[in-house]
Design a protein around this ligand. Sequence first.
Ligand SMILES: O=C(O)CCC(=O)C(=O)O
Length: 287
Amino acid sequence: MEQHVKAFWEKGFVVLPGVLDEPRLGRWRAAVDRMAAMVRARPQDYETRYTLLTEDNTDTWGVSHIFEPGLYDPVFAEVFEDRGVMSFVRWVLGERLRFWTAHALWEPALVDYELNWHKDNGDTDRFSPDGRSTHVQFNVCLTADDCFHVVPGSHRRPLTEVERTAVEKQGTGPLPGEIVVRCEPGDVLFMNHHALHRGSCAVGVKRRTLHINLQAADEPTGGHSSWRFMREEGYLQRMTATVRELMENTIVWDDAHPLPLSETVRRHRTSRQIKNHEARAAEGTRR
Ligand SMILES: O=C(O)CCC(=O)C(=O)O
């Protein structure tokens, strides 16, 4: 495990191969199949991610917040009990954790998915020279997946001019040093979301991936992810003990660290941009 953690610090990502066994893989994939069908049928009912969003037509590449009551499937709670997944996360972050996000990603049906270069949470200027991470984000790959592009080591230094331009112009073109990470079904890709990255997936290439983020319970940055649904009456009681504890830790931390108004506004703006974004290549650069 130690060498995987070292690679994660140095490069900003690492793939652990074959983490999931067949029964688990099949069960989790079937759950994402059901969810994708539900969201594709009524995308307006969820926090859907789009490659196409017009009055007449939509195409989707995933959905945010799979633990919200309208989407929740108990199968997803199993991720946080999985030794293969959680032992890596605990090596990096320690024993006490808090929940940040959980999303599901799939292939588009009409328009190729081309998400622009970015660091998550709008943290464009954040880096950490020693490679330490404020979180562990991970893609649980339930199908073969070569959708994740990253510039290794970019979480440890400021952006170059070329990279900054790509971020500011929502670019999806190639960047110097970029690599595409290739995963097999059952692999888990752990990433530092402060490494410059983007996603892509062509129509017709089946993708079923869980996209999850955890933090140490007392991590001073990030957080503020006690989503409204977590605070609904009776919600936490319906979760497994492990999920309940992760979410309770989030709520406790958020309540003890209220955000300044300026940061609340910034986050709302970032979240609105993500919600309205069509993740596809700009006109003129399409294949
Ligand atoms: O498609 C992927 O694996 C990357 C997704 C991503 O970067 C994001 O949701 O911010």
